[in-house]
Design a protein around this ligand. Structure first.
Ligand SMILES: Cc1cc2nc3c(=O)[nH]c(=O)nc-3n(C[C@H](O)[C@H](O)[C@H](O)COP(=O)(O)O)c2cc1C
Ligand code: SF4
Length: 483
């Protein structure tokens, strides 16, 4: 049964006991969904998925059935499509995808194979970070077992080891990596033109920026790619076997099902747990995190993709619609908790630095305004600032998203603007020098979860804006290098 106090429910995607072999997965009912999908065919699966109301768990909550249908409607006449399972999980505060893959990689891969059968793809790629060696090896072993057992049935299953950059998780950047290029986001919707871009110049040619958008019905030889988050794919097998109504029996009308949450930051313990959508955030922080370390919770961040959620909105139910109505967003449900001992200006500076460093620089304002915001926030955080520093931050927040090709620049704007709006007193005390100086708090990816404690990538503090770990930054943005 699940961990929340208000209701008991059977976990659906995060297996309570690790499933360590294909035999164990078969004994638990694994394989039935794939068999059913092959028997009923793509159109029936699309109908079931749409009726279930499943929304993508990678952050944006995009309806999964609609996405699969778009891909299926835009297939290339010449080359089959690719299904990509996004296990990059670079979002600070999130560990749920690795928890799901560790607990049961077979469930996720079965979801990917059902996607491939449904849309007519001939390849499933599971994308993980290369640095997560043990996790990658576990997935590779499961892929080998499934392949030996003939689950592919003409569909190949591969594991892609990606770079450590945050942008690797952005789906168009992930498709660039799949084609052997750096993780620089594309302009093009990935389900129109995807992996194995055809007729696109020599290897190593410039990224996909500026490529034309292929509309529905356009004759293009380029095959589309379907990209879904690990947790999204993990939901698919049970939906196929149990049906849409069963899926909707838990959760809210607009956000059916469960959500796998990560709780880290200033809580007694850190952890990952699956709860019904609609569970209040406070309950998750108390049951999964054991409550705040000192005093009370003062604010929560859902990764670095949404505005801060202040303490007076802690009873917000966890759903896409409720979190937006509360002024924030559900994101990947990776909650970084701040308590009374936290300096929220230092935390904001940490987020700003992370996003400015991780920006690829294809869009100049995202990189340059982003770095300027981080630099002046750093002075404010150290109580070594004037009103001019704050004015510069406000000024650059207005332009950082200009011409932005991906959502990273907007994330920067949303998080920092929310801090300025919500924590005015704390910001003012840092600007006038009455607050204790506080260095930027480290905000970076979780690399492991050991003994109820998240291990944060401390090396990120030395990562330069040019993505090197050199002693000094070269001043060249990642996208400009090599030109
Ligand atoms: C900067 C950035 C980083 C992202 N990182 C991830 C990630 O690590 N994992 C993920 O699943 N989605 C990530 N996303 C979202 C993906 O672009 C994409 O929306 C998602 O993989 C789609 O799957 P879904 O529909 O199942 O949610 C990121 C988006 C942005 C803008
Ligand atoms: S918005 Fe930022 S991170 Fe996204 S493509 Fe542009 S420069 Fe790169």
């Amino acid at each position: 049964m699940g961990e929340t106090g208000s209701m008991t429910f059977a976990p659906r995607v995060l297996d309570p006991e690790p499933v360590t072999s294909l035999d164990a997965w078969l004994a638990a009912g694994g394989g039935r969904a794939l068999e059913a999908a092959r028997a009923v065919g793509g159109p029936a699966i699309l109908d079931t998925l749409e009726a279930s109301g499943l929304r993508g768990r990678g952050g944006a909550g995009f309806p999964t059935g609609m996405k699969w249908r778009s891909v299926a409607a835009n297939l290339s006449p010449d080359v089959p499509a690719t299904v990509v399972v996004n296990g990059a999980e670079g979002e600070p505060g999130s560990f749920k995808d690795r928890a799901i893959l560790r607990a049961n990689p077979y469930r996720v891969i079965e979801g990917g194979l059902i996607a491939a059968v449904t849309i007519g793809a001939d390849r499933v790629v599971i994308a993980v970070k290369g640095a997560a060696v043990a996790d990658g090896d576990r997935v590779r072993a499961a892929v080998a077992e499934l392949t030996r057992a003939g689950w592919g049935g003409g569909i190949t299953i591969e594991v892609l080891d990606g770079p450590g950059e945050y942008l690797f998780g952005e789906e168009t950047a992930l498709l660039e990596v799949l084609e052997g290029r750096p993780p620089f986001p594309r302009v093009t919707p990935p389900w129109r033109r995807g992996a194995d871009e055809l007729g696109d110049g020599p290897e190593g040619a410039p990224g996909a920026g500026g490529r034309d958008l292929a509309g529905p019905g356009d004759a293009t030889p380029a095959p589309p790619a379907l990209v879904n988050n690990v947790e999204t794919m993990a939901n698919v097998p049970a939906i196929v076997v149990e049906g849409a109504e069963w899926f909707r029996s838990v959760g809210t009308a607009e956000s059916p099902g469960t959500v796998v949450c990560t709780v880290t930051g200033r809580t007694r313990r850190h952890g990952v747990a699956e709860v019904p959508m609609g569970t209040p955030l406070r309950e998750v922080i108390d049951t999964v995190g054991g409550g705040p370390l000192t005093g009370r919770v003062v604010a929560v961040l859902s990764g670095v993709a949404n505005p801060f959620l202040p303490a007076d909105r802690l009873d917000t139910p966890l759903s896409y619609e409720d979190m937006v109505a509360a002024g924030s967003g559900l994101g990947a449900a990776g909650f970084i908790v701040f308590d009374q001992s936290s300096d929220l200006v230092a935390a904001t500076t940490g987020v700003s630095r992370f996003l400015a460093v991780e920006s690829c620089g294809q869009c100049t304002p995202c990189k340059q305004d982003g770095l300027t915001i981080a630099e002046h926030l750093d002075r404010i955080s150290r109580s070594d600032a004037t009103a001019d520093d704050l004015a510069i931050v406000v000024d650059r927040l207005a332009t950082v998203t200009d011409g932005a090709r991906c959502f990273l620049a907007t994330q920067h704007q949303l998080v920092v603007q929310s801090a300025l709006d919500l924590f005015t007193d704390a910001v003012d005390r840092h600007v006038d020098g009455t607050a204790e100086p506080a260095p930027a708090e480290l905000v970076a990816e979780i690399v492991d979860l050991v003994d109820d404690r998240a291990v944060i990538d401390v090396g990120h503090a030395d990562k330069q804006p040019d993505w090197s770990d050199a002693a000094a930054d070269s001043g060249q943005s990642p996208a400009d290098q090599g030109e």
